[in-house]
Design a binder for this molecule. Structure first.
Ligand code: C2O
Ligand code: CU
Length: 470
């Protein structure tokens, strides 16, 4: 067992810089980046051999992109890894050829240039592998990283901490073999879940972070392949009491308004951002915990613990430490719609993961389950079929609003009600309705379960956005 909890510092992934900028008369400049997918070795498990991973630029999680709305980018992903790859920028309305379509794979020793518009509002996106049948393997071995897009509206809010006070926290949960190598889905024929017993933040199991007694913006991304979390904070001076924080942003950027909460539910691929105030907690340890028992999620000895914040006594910079405004932004919620356009059931049938009985492997025609007209608003029902599983459902291209959740223990959560999202957690028995405008591009896009084991075992389908004149 792993015993070194909270003994290693939280790693912060490097920030990616462009190699060059393309300029052209009367055109906005376009930045050009290169990412080399290659193996790396990390001392993850103390007392065991180093673990071999394969990551973007040979780091895991990958380097963080810091982008500004309006500045387009091209990223060349060069594959020096073990398997074919495909890159999805999750949260971007990328054109279909640059969206990481599962079969659009880049073989080893070759590359693909991806074009990213960066025209959406500020948000935390992430880039990760999406290769057919091996998404779980590739993402679990390290091909996942943060991609942070900002805009002037977000920058103007002085209650949102910046710089060292803004921390991306990428969660993962993994399992190791006795020799220190990763226990991987491919080598072990995993077809249902790989929960993992070690909780990692930014690649380090149970790290600590020294913080000052002031506000921080914590940007959570759950990059685990099968584990969902219900996070809460507890201070050493008052064990057993959950500290209140403000949820400020979701998958699609700032919420309508800050929402005070003592728990943050985060399933795979979700991004939730909170402003947490360490003022008044000088000299204490604040531990980030997760509920020990979550329906359909296997617990292990320490999976109710995530990381620790060690609160110092001095504030070196008090900028962007202001109170949050009552309203954060005008969120472009789609118009309400009562009738259902589609109902999808996510179900295990004869040992296979399917959507309405269809799997990706059924082929290019059968897997197209919706054809929204470009620009139209549709209401989809997403239902977790019987059997006691949990499925976070991701719809590519769009930002959706969660308008109902029934069937299980949870209603639409207060912070979900003021958010736009691109993934929604269908916990056991839950049925969720989501409304989105299918725009701005036409083309074939995927939707699927973001338990990457389920996704690879074909709980994935497509929708075809069609232009009005088709
Ligand atoms: Cu984050 Cu289709 O994936
Ligand atoms: Cu699933």
């Amino acid at each position: 067992p792993y015993t070194n909890l909270y003994s290693e510092p939280l790693p912060i992934p490097p920030t990616k810089s462009p190699l060059k900028t393309f300029t052209f008369p009367n055109q906005a400049p376009i930045d050009y980046y290169e990412i080399d997918i290659k193996p790396l070795e990390q001392q993850v498990y103390p007392g065991k051999a180093k673990t071999r991973l394969v990551g973007y630029d040979g780091v895991s999680p990958g380097p963080t992109f810091r982008m500004t709305k309006g500045r387009e980018a091209i990223v060349r992903f060069i594959n020096h890894g073990d398997l074919a790859n495909s890159v999805h920028l999750h949260g971007s309305y990328s054109r279909a050829p640059f969206d990481g379509w599962a079969e659009d794979v880049t073989p080893r020793q070759s590359y693909k240039d991806y074009y990213y518009p960066n025209q959406q509002n500020a948000r935390m996106l992430w880039y990760h592998d999406h290769a057919i049948d091996h998404t779980a393997q590739n993402a679990y071995l390290g091909q996942a990283g943060a991609y942070i897009l900002t805009d002037s509206e977000e920058q103007a809010i002085t209650g949102l901490p910046k710089g060292n006070y803004e921390v991306p926290l990428t969660l993962a949960s993994k399992r190791y073999n006795s020799d220190g190598s990763l226990f991987t889905p491919d080598a072990n024929g995993v077809t249902d879940n790989l929960f993992g017993d070690l909780i990692h933040v930014n690649g380090q199991p149970w790290p600590y972070l020294k913080v000052e007694p002031r506000k921080y913006r914590l940007r959570f991304l759950n990059a685990a392949i099968s584990r969902s979390f219900q996070l809460y904070f507890e201070a050493s001076g008052k064990l057993g009491t959950r500290i209140t924080f403000n949820v400020v942003a979701s998958d699609a950027g700032l919420l309508l308004k800050p929402v005070a909460s003592t728990q943050l539910d985060i399933s795979m691929a979700e991004r939730w951002e909170v402003v947490f105030d360490f003022a008044g907690l000088q000299g204490q340890n604040v531990t980030l915990r997760s509920n020990a028992n979550i329906p359909s999620v296997t617990p292990y000895l320490h999976t109710d613990k995530v990381m620790r914040f060690v609160v110092g006594s001095t504030v070196t910079d008090s900028s962007n430490n202001d109170a949050l405004p009552a309203k954060l932004r005008d969120v472009p919620f789609p118009p309400n719609k009562n009738g259902l356009d589609h109902a999808f059931e996510f179900q295990r049938t004869n040992g296979e993961w399917k959507i309405n009985g269809v799997s990706w492997a059924d082929g290019p025609e059968a897997r197209v389950l919706a054809k929204p007209q470009r620009g139209n608003v549709e209401r989809w029902e997403l239902k977790n079929g019987a059997g006691g599983w949990t499925h976070p459902i991701h719809i590519h291209l769009v930002d959706f609003q969660i308008v109902s959740r029934t069937g299980g223990d949870r209603p639409v959560l207060p912070y979900e009600a003021v958010a736009l999202k691109d993934v929604v957690w269908l916990n056991t028995n839950e049925v969720v309705n989501v409304i989105a405008r299918y725009a701005p591009w036409d083309g074939l896009y995927m939707f699927h379960c973001h338990n990457l084991i389920h996704e690879d075992h074909e709980m994935m389908a497509a929708f075809n956005v069609t232009a009005l004149d088709n």
